[in-house]
Design a protein around this ligand. Sequence first.
Ligand SMILES: Cc1ncc(COP(=O)(O)O)c(C=O)c1O
Length: 472
Amino acid sequence: MSAIARAGSENTPAGAGLAPATRQIHVGYTPGTPQNTVAVPIYQSAAYEFESFAAARDTFALRRPGNIYSRNGNPTNAVLERRVADLEGGAGAVALGSGQAAVAVALLTLVAAAGPGSARGPGMPHHIVASNKLYGGTSDLLGDTFADLGIEVTFVDPLDLAAWEAALRETTRAVFLESIGNPILTVPDIAAIADLAHSRGVPVVIDNTMATPVLLRPIELGADIVVHSATKYLGGHGTSIAGVIVDAGTFDFTAEAPRWPRLTRPYHRFGDIVFTEEFDGSGGRTPFLVLARAKAVHDLGPTLSPFNAAQIIQGIETLELRIRRQTQTAFELAEFLVEQPQVARVHHPGLPGHPEHALAGRLLPEGLGSVFAFDLAVDPVQVETFVDALELFALVANIGDTRSLVVHPATMTHSRLDEAGRAGAGIELTTVRLSIGLEDPADLRRDLAAALAALTPAAAASATDHSPALAH
Ligand SMILES: Cc1ncc(COP(=O)(O)O)c(C=O)c1O
């Protein structure tokens, strides 16, 4: 056992031949060093003592790996980083204080790698192409805060390959999408989008929160960088906010070096080192991750507390088990809902007849996770009646918990989108999102049935579309 863990802690392909369910418990931590704790200790230390002046100087200069200050890195967080990197098949990872921070730091690091404005020429802001089917907070970040920072974002339908192609520009520095779109379960063809982006020299960043590496490993499909809201399934118990960025380490920033001056030319701030020459990915130190840690994480401070990291590490130990059970229950409930007269459509590509059924079956043969949405066949004012009638489903703006949760995206998670943005995201006023937990499936079905029964027949009859249908 210790050999497995030791291999993982050195960031080698740990325990080759071992299944994910084994790796999620052992990789990245070697019991016995230094205090024999079998569980990963919480290293509650803000800073670290250097053994010598030379060690301090070389660590600050990035020439030597090591702990400096917990804003930038911490030994407990490092276990989480190694474990998620391993599960995703990446070269390394950086843990952050939230999923939102993971998305922001990943994209800001790519934009920063493209250098300051002068390198792009006047009037040429950095550009990102992003899916229009995103978690609402990500839409806020990309559509509002990034706009404030002068970063242009073009939103496209993730299923429309021609739209991705048309949106790519000379100044595009990232393509961003979710492996499964939240909340209506859009399943984009990651491999095709990655081929397109790579042919134009652009790295692909995938938010894999909704699928988790249990169901989909974006790096195997061509993704360069994977981000997670670890708050969701990785932690799994709704206790801690956290995020992770994983770098595949495969995007060649030197292929078109002038596009990435901060990685491919001497960087004065860091002693004129050239990141792509200095860092080869060993020990998880890829050029991209070292830049992310030394720049966006150091400068902006979106740090993960080691206590929260320990909570996420513990959650990951049961990830595979939870995902399989929750995925199965969610699918059973989607099958139940599609038969109900009060339901207009169910956004679950696992259902036969759904427009993306074949693609989802190819990309996600083991299922689509525990989150899905459906549209009620009622007047929008009746949504309140349905949601308030639910007893087991908690009205909570979160997903991936052991508890079953319900959300009304139009007034909650996606409430800041305008009408066009909401339409682009596929969200109606009658759309309800569920995140299925670990309760008994029959109890959840009874709860949904009772809440549907609370809808008045008159309200149901007033809906425009009575026949249950499949999205979109
Ligand atoms: C798909 C997805 N990405 C990112 C985030 C942001 O993560 P966090 O809430 O951990 O900041 C969320 C949160 O709901 C999410 O659902």
